[in-house]
Ligand binder design. Structure first.
Ligand code: WTA
Length: 667
C-alpha cells in the first residue's frame, strides 16, 4: 500500500481509500460549515454588538456571563496605557463563578471532571465535591498563613487536586503560580524564588507510562534554603515511590489530606476587585529569564468564559468536553480549569500520555465518555498520523461534533487527517490562535459560521482587533507582516510580575503603548483570513511548548565542559520545531557520544526533558559579527541545510564553511 503520508500500514482497502480521500481533500481550498452542524450558542448578535461599540459589548458580556458580588460601573480605564484596567470598581470571586453559582442553581450533582488515570482508574468529581474540597483547602491555606496577594506555587500532575488548588487560591485572593509538571525541580525553584512564593503545593510522586517517579523528593533537593517559602503541601497520589516513604520536614511540610481534614468546611468566597491578581504563569521570552505573565480576576475570567462558550459552541447541558493539554500551560488554565468550570460544563481530565497503555487510549476515552468537543495540539495529531488511522478506527467516535487545535500552526496535512479520520468529515475544526499573554483565544473560526481553510486561524473574535504592520509600522491589508493587537481586550496580561519595565519594553515599545506586539509574523489573505507564520523573536515552539533559545543556551553553558553555545530552532515534521545546539567545548575536550548524552541529561536536569536538544553539533568556533554577536540566522541556515546567506559581516567568514562541513556529516 502507498503510505506517502507517513501512516504505518493501515492495511488493505480502508487505508487506501483514506489515502485517496485525503489526497482529494488537499485540493479543497475552503471548508464551509457542515450543513448538519447545529449551533448551540448565538453568535451573530455578538458580532454586530462588538462592531457597534466594543466596550458596551464587553460590559454586556461581563454582566451576562459572570456573577458579580459588587457590580462594576467602569468598563475600561485606559488613562495610563499600556497599563489597562477592566471593570476595576466591580468585585467578584473566580471560584464562586466556577463553583458556588452552579451549585446554587441546582447543578451540584453534575460531573465537573471525569478523571481518568493512566492505569484506567476512574473518578467522577461533581461540582459539589469540587466546591467542598476547594473550601477546605482555602481554609487550610489560610491556616498556613496565606493572605490575599500571597503567591502559592503549584507543581502537580493532571489530577483533580490541581483544579482544587487553583480554585482555593482564587477563593481567598492568593495568586497561583503553576509550574508545568514536565519542568525540572530546579525550574520550580527558580519560579518560586522569583515570585517569593509562600507555599508550594506538590505531590509525592507522579506516574508516567507505567513508571513512578518521586516528585516531592526532587523538589526538596532544590528548595531547602528558599527563605520566603514557609510551607509545602503534599498530595498523596502514588504512595511510596520505589518503596521509599515521602520524607516530610516537620514544621514545614503538611499532607494535603490532613490539611483538608483539619480545615473548616465553610469558606465564603472573598469579594475581590476585578483587577486583583489571579495568577502568574512563567513563560519563555527572548532572554534566559522567564517572564512572569500576570493575569487578573474579572477580565481574565470573562475572556476564558466567553471564548470557551463561543469557540467551542458549548451547551453545558449536553456537551462533554475534553482538552488534552496540561494544566501547567495557559491552555490548561483557560480551557481545562477556568473556562469549562465557569460555563458549568462536564470535562474529561486525563492523567496519562497519548501512547500508553496503547496508541488508541485517546480514542478509547472519547468513545467511553462520549466526548463531543475535543481540543488538542497539531504535534499530537502528527504523532497520531504516524501511529496510523487503525487506532482511531477501532473506536466509535460518533459522539464528536467539534474539534479544536492550538499551540502552533497546523499544517494542512494534519488538519485534513484530523478532519477526516477523527472528525469523520462532519466536525468543524477550530484552529485557535492565542498566547499565554492574551489569556484567551483571539483569532479562531466560529463553528457553524466561519468557512475554514486548513492552516488558517481565520478571523478575529468579536471585540478583538488584530492587524498586520510592516517593519516600519505601515498597515498591511494583504500580505505578510508583524502581528499586533490595536486595542486592549479584557483578558490581556496586565504586566510581567514585578517588572513593569520589561512588560512595556517587550510588548509596547515598538509601535507605542496602545499597540500590543504579539511576537508572531502572519499573513493576511484576500478574504481577510489570518495565517500565523511563527515567532519573530528567539522563542522556540517544540511540540507546542514555548522555550527560549537563551534559556537553553544558558543551561548548556552552565555545564563545566562547555565554553560557549548557541541554540537555534530547526523545523521538524513531528514537533514543529526542534532544538539544535552548536557547542564549543573547553580546551582539549572531545565531543563524543558520551558528551552528547551528558549535555542532554544536563539540560533535562536544569529545565526539563522537553528542552533537551535534538541535535548537538560540535563547533570549534561560532559565527560572530565584529561586535561579537552570534548570528543565529546563519546557524539556522546551516541546521536546515540551506544555502548560506550573507557572511561578509562575520568577523571570520571561514567559521561558516567549517560548520557547514561538520553539519553535513553529523548525525
Ligand atoms: C503559537 C499557547 C499558530 C504562536 C496558547 C504564539 C499558534 C505562541 C497557534 C503562544 C495557532 C499558538 N496557530 N501558532 N493556532 N496557537 N501559536 O504562550 O507562535 O504557549 O505566539 O500559548 O504559540 O504560545 P503560548
Amino acid at each position: 500500500m502507498h503510505t506517502g503520508s507517513g501512516t504505518d500500514g493501515d492495511g488493505g482497502g480502508a487505508g487506501g481509500a483514506l489515502e485517496a480521500e485525503l489526497e482529494r481533500l488537499q485540493t479543497v481550498e475552503r471548508f464551509d460549515p457542515p450543513p448538519g452542524f447545529a449551533r448551540r450558542q448565538p453568535y451573530a448578535a455578538d458580532v454586530a454588538a462588538a462592531a457597534a461599540d466594543p466596550l458596551a459589548f464587553w460590559a454586556g458580556k461581563a454582566r451576562e456571563l459572570l456573577t458579580w458580588q459588587k457590580p462594576f460601573t467602569r468598563v475600561l480605564d485606559d488613562a495610563n496605557p499600556p497599563f489597562y484596567k477592566w471593570f476595576d470598581d466591580g468585585e467578584l470571586n473566580v471560584s464562586a463563578n466556577c463553583l458556588d453559582r452552579h451549585v446554587a442553581a441546582g447543578l451540584g450533582g453534575r460531573v465537573a471532571y471525569h478523571w481518568h488515570g493512566e492505569e484506567g482508574e476512574r473518578r467522577a468529581v461533581t461540582y459539589s465535591e469540587l466546591l467542598a474540597d476547594t473550601q477546605r483547602l482555602a481554609n487550610g491555606l489560610r491556616s498556613l498563613g496565606v493572605v490575599p496577594g500571597d503567591v502559592v506555587g503549584i507543581y502537580l500532575p493532571m489530577i483533580p487536586e490541581v483544579a482544587v488548588a487553583m480554585l482555593a487560591c482564587a477563593r481567598i485572593g492568593a495568586v497561583h503560580n503553576v509550574v508545568f509538571g514536565g519542568f525540572a525541580p530546579s525550574a520550580v525553584r527558580e519560579r518560586m524564588e522569583v515570585s517569593d512564593a509562600k507555599v508550594l503545593i506538590t505531590v509525592d510522586g507522579a506516574r508516567r507510562k507505567g513508571r513512578t517517579a518521586a516528585v516531592k523528593a526532587g523538589v526538596d533537593a532544590e528548595l531547602g534554603d528558599l527563605p520566603k517559602l514557609e510551607h509545602v503541601v503534599v498530595v498523596r497520589s502514588t504512595g511510596p515511590v520505589g518503596g521509599a516513604e515521602t520524607v516530610m520536614t516537620a514544621g514545614r511540610d503538611v499532607w494535603y489530606h490532613e490539611l483538608l481534614a483539619a480545615a473548616d468546611p465553610l469558606c465564603p468566597p472573598v469579594p475581590l476587585s476585578a483587577e486583583h491578581p489571579l495568577f502568574i504563569l512563567y513563560s519563555s521570552g527572548s532572554t534566559a529569564k522567564p517572564k512572569g505573565i500576570l493575569h487578573t480576576t474579572g477580565g481574565y475570567l470573562l475572556g476564558a468564559t466567553y471564548t470557551h462558550r463561543t469557540v467551542f459552541d458549548i451547551d453545558p447541558e449536553t456537551d462533554v468536553y475534553w482538552c488534552s493539554a496540561d494544566v501547567g500551560w495557559i491552555t490548561g488554565h483557560s480551557y481545562i480549569v477556568y473556562g469549562p468550570l465557569s460555563n458549568a460544563v462536564t470535562s474529561v481530565m486525563y492523567e496519562g500520555a497519548p501512547d500508553y497503555p496503547d496508541y488508541d487510549i485517546w480514542w478509547r476515552l472519547i468513545a467511553e465518555y462520549k466526548v463531543t468537543v475535543f481540543y488538542t495540539a497539531p504535534t499530537a495529531i502528527r504523532a497520531c498520523i504516524k501511529w496510523g488511522a487503525r487506532y482511531p478506527e477501532r473506536h466509535d467516535l460518533s459522539s464528536l461534533r467539534l474539534l479544536g487545535s492550538v499551540g502552533e500552526p497546523i499544517n494542512p496535512k494534519a488538519w485534513l487527517w484530523y478532519h477526516q479520520v477523527i472528525g469523520g468529515g462532519r466536525c468543524p475544526i477550530v484552529d485557535t490562535w492565542w498566547q499565554t499573554e492574551t489569556g484567551s483565544i483571539l483569532i479562531s473560526p466560529i463553528p457553524g459560521v466561519t468557512s475554514t481553510k486548513p492552516g488558517s486561524a481565520t478571523t478575529p473574535l468579536p471585540g478583538i482587533s488584530p492587524a498586520l504592520l510592516s517593519e516600519d509600522g505601515e498597515p498591511v491589508t494583504e500580505g505578510t507582516g508583524v502581528l499586533v493587537i490595536t486595542s486592549p481586550w479584557p483578558s490581556m496580561l496586565r504586566t510581567l510580575y514585578r517588572d513593569d519595565e520589561r512588560f512595556v519594553q517587550t510588548y509596547f515599545s515598538r509601535f507605542g503603548p496602545r499597540t500590543y506586539v504579539v511576537g508572531d509574523a502572519a499573513r493576511l489573505d484576500a478574504d481577510g483570513y489570518f495565517w500565523i507564520i511563527g515567532r519573530i523573536d528567539d522563542v522556540i515552539n517544540v511540540s507546542g511548548h514555548r522555550l527560549s533559545t537563551a534559556e537553553v543556551e544558558s543551561a548548556i553553558v552552565a555545564h563545566e565542559a562547555v565554553a560557549e553555545a548557541a541554540v537555534v530552532a530547526q523545523s521538524d515534521e513531528d514537533t514543529g520545531q526542534a532544538i539544535v545546539a552548536f557547542v564549543t567545548l573547553r580546551g582539549e575536550l572531545v565531543g563524543d557520544d558520551a558528551m552528547v548524552s551528558q549535555l542532554r541529561d544536563h539540560v533535562a536536569h536544569r529545565i526539563g526533558k522537553l528542552a533537551r536538544p535534538r541535535r548537538i553539533i560540535w563547533a570549534d568556533d561560532l559565527p560572530k559579527t565584529r561586535s561579537g554577536k552570534i548570528m543565529r540566522r546563519l546557524l539556522r541556515d546551516v541546521a536546515e541545510g540551506r544555502e548560506l546567506g550573507d557572511v561578509t559581516t562575520l568577523r571570520d567568514p571561514a567559521v561558516m564553511s567549517a560548520l557547514a562541513a561538520k553539519v553535513a556529516t553529523a548525525p
